[in-house]
Design a protein around this ligand. Structure first.
Ligand code: 5GP
Ligand code: MN
Length: 339
């Protein structure tokens, strides 16, 4: 995002506007943190601002300041679409292609609002009037901080904005340990704590509010963990029956894929989760070093994401999807064994 773009956006935001902010489907901590962080910032400019999510998000995010104002497109379709039609400005956060919003895709694509993309995923589509796209960024929340900084407004960051942005940086960096975590990330985190983000409380709210069922489901997932030593890979499966028997709710499988990656010597981890309602197997891929799960997912699993974290899906059965994964590994053995 160049100085000219920032100047134009500053001008645009200098008088109250109708603004809609949208994250990707199945929003995670970074998606909810960045949209609500921006929401609280825009309220200070007296804009009429609403966050619209394609669908619901996990309970462990249902404490973030402003969360109760979010409208969900799948259950509040009419209200959401009316707001999109009236919007002067549409911010799209933590994704870069409209299909990532599921059923919101066509209404967003048809909107004639000014579109501002803020995102850190690879290969952005070309829909935005103003595009702030940077794959080196740890999180969209870190980019929202930079965005506010470029607008010269870090003095406006209050406890609500700080709490939202801290949450997304924390969740997208695996609590500040992934490769994308830089000294700048830590400087921003330090500033957010100074502005009132309560790091212990945020960590507790997100990570220490497990249900008994969720931990039992984790036990089931760990029992299903398999290792393929030749490919330095590990994978976990969860069938719909297994999810049902532990009363699965949204978010219960978040982070489970990382247990595969925690095994010594493993550089590629996958989880395959059966979703009978959508008729798909939801896939999460994680890697260490330079091995790109983004490329693997784009090539084989209709998805994408980042070098070390990507998602995808398959319409094959759970067993067939696992078989496919195992069958494509040999072509990557060279790269996997040089990590
Ligand atoms: P997760 O495995 O947690 O669903 O996703 C890992 C990362 O990949 C997240 O940053 C997520 O936004 C991204 N991602 C997940 N699914 C897709 C997809 O279908 N396409 C793209 N481009 N990114 C995805
Ligand atoms: Mn993100």
């Amino acid at each position: 995002m160049n100085k000219q773009d920032i100047g134009s956006i500053k001008q645009l935001l200098s008088s109250p506007k109708n603004i809609v902010i949208v994250p990707h489907k199945n929003p995670d901590g970074d998606a909810i943190g960045s949209t609500l962080g921006l929401y609280h910032y825009l309220l200070k400019g007296n804009h009429n601002t609403t966050v619209l999510t394609p669908n619901d998000y996990p309970n462990f995010l249902k404490w973030i300041p402003g969360e109760n104002t979010i409208l969900k497109h799948d259950s509040q379709t009419k209200e959401c679409e009316a707001l999109i039609h009236e919007a002067d400005i549409l911010f799209t956060l933590d994704f870069n292609a409209f299909h990532r919003t599921g059923n919101m895709e066509s209404v967003l694509a048809q909107s004639d609002a000014i579109k501002i993309m803020i995102d850190h995923h690879q290969a952005p589509d070309d829909y935005a009037t103003y595009m702030f796209s940077d794959v080196s960024m740890s999180s969209t929340c870190e980019m929202i901080y930079h965005f506010i900084e470029m607008l010269g407004d870090t003095n406006l960051i209050d406890v609500n904005i700080a709490t939202c942005l801290y949450t997304g940086i924390m969740t997208d960096t695996g609590s500040f340990r992934f490769l994308s975590t830089t000294s700048t990330t830590h400087r921003i985190i330090a500033d957010l704590i100074e502005k009132g983000a309560n790091n212990t409380e945020i960590h507790n709210n997100v990570y220490d509010t497990n249900s008994y069922n969720r931990i039992q489901l984790l036990g089931c997932a760990l029992n299903n963990l398999k290792v393929i030593p030749n490919s330095r890979a590990a994978y976990i499966t969860l069938s719909q029956d297994e999810l049902n028997s532990y009363n699965y709710t949204k978010g219960d499988t978040e982070g489970v894929v990382n247990y595969g990656l925690s095994l010594e010597g493993v550089v590629l981890a996958a989880i395959f989760i059966e979703d009978k309602q959508e008729g798909i197997i939801k896939i999460s891929l994680r890697s260490k070093g330079n091995f790109s799960v983004n490329e693997m997912s784009r090539a084989h699993f209709s998805g994408g994401g980042h070098t070390n974290a990507a998602g995808g899906r398959s319409t094959l059965s759970l067993q067939e999807t696992v078989d496919k994964f195992i069958s494509i590994l040999p072509q990557y053995n060279n790269a996997l064994n040089h990590e």
